[in-house]
Design a protein around this ligand. Structure first.
Ligand SMILES: NC(=O)c1ccc[n+]([C@@H]2O[C@H](COP(=O)([O-])OP(=O)(O)OC[C@H]3O[C@@H](n4cnc5c(N)ncnc54)[C@H](OP(=O)(O)O)[C@@H]3O)[C@@H](O)[C@H]2O)c1
Length: 170
C-alpha cells in the first residue's frame, strides 16, 4: 500500500481557518476527489477535527474507506472507522487492501505523517496569511518539486493555484 499526502496551503503554510478551509477552490476540490478516489480502492485518513469540518452531506467521503483518528475511545462515527492512532489507522487501510492510503489532514495529522509518506500532492495557493492553522513548509532540500499545472483565479477559484507533486529525495 502506498502512502501519500494531499493538501492545499498558502505561501505562509496556512491551511485552515475557523475549523474549515480558508478559500473556495473548485478546481482543487475536483482534483482532490479524482486523486483520492483513484481506481476506487483507496483509503483517506484524517484527524477528528477535519472529519467534523466536512459538511454532513459529504461525509463519509464517497468511494473511499474513511479512517478517522481520535484519542477518544468513545468516539462513534457512522460510515467511517475510528482509530486510536495513526499506526492503527494505517493498519486498517492495509487490512482493507487499499491501493493508496491518502493522508488528508489537518495540520496536526500532516505534521505527524511527514516522515511516513513518499509523495505529497501540494496545491500552493498564491496568497498570504489566509488562516489560523498552519503547517511547516516543505524544503527543496528534502523534496523534489514537479510543477504540474497552474490554475488561474476565476469566479469558482478564489485564488490562483499551482499544483505540484513533491517526491522525497533519497
Ligand atoms: N488545506 C487543506 O488541504 C486542509 C486539509 C485538511 C484539513 N484542513 C483544515 O485543517 C484544520 C484542522 O486541522 P487540525 O490540526 O486542527 O486538526 P486535525 O489534524 O484534523 O485533527 C486533530 C485531531 O485528530 C486526532 N489525532 C491527531 N493525532 C492523533 C494520533 N496520533 N492518534 C489519535 N488521534 C489523533 C485528535 O482528535 P481528538 O481530539 O478527538 O483526540 C486531534 O485533536 C481545519 O481548519 C481544516 O479545514 C485543511
Amino acid at each position: 500500500m502506498q502512502r501519500k499526502m494531499i493538501l492545499a496551503m498558502d505561501l505562509d503554510g496556512c491551511i485552515g481557518k475557523n475549523d474549515g478551509l480558508p478559500w473556495r477552490l473548485r478546481a482543487d476540490m475536483l482534483r482532490f476527489k479524482r486523486l483520492t478516489v483513484g481506481e476506487g480502492n483507496n483509503a483517506v485518513l484524517m484527524g477528528r477535527t477535519t472529519w467534523e469540518s466536512l459538511p454532513e452531506a459529504y461525509r463519509p467521503l464517497g468511494e473511499r474507506l474513511n479512517i478517522i483518528v481520535t484519542r477518544n475511545e468513545d468516539y462513534v462515527i457512522e460510515g467511517a472507522d475510528a482509530c486510536l492512532s495513526i499506526e492503527s489507522g494505517l493498519s486498517v487501510a492495509e487490512g482493507n487492501k487499499s491501493d493508496i492510503c491518502w493522508i488528508i489532514g489537518g495540520a496536526n495529522v500532516y505534521e505527524q505523517c511527514r516522515d511516513i509518506v513518499d509523495e505529497i500532492h501540494l496545491t500552493m495557493v498564491e496568497t498570504n496569511q489566509s488562516g489560523d492553522v498552519r503547517v511547516g513548509l516543505f524544503s527543496e532540500n528534502d523534496w523534489e518539486h514537479e510543477v504540474v499545472e497552474t490554475v488561474p483565479a476565476d469566479d469558482k477559484n478564489e485564488h490562483e493555484t499551482t499544483y505540484m507533486i513533491l517526491r522525497r529525495r533519497s
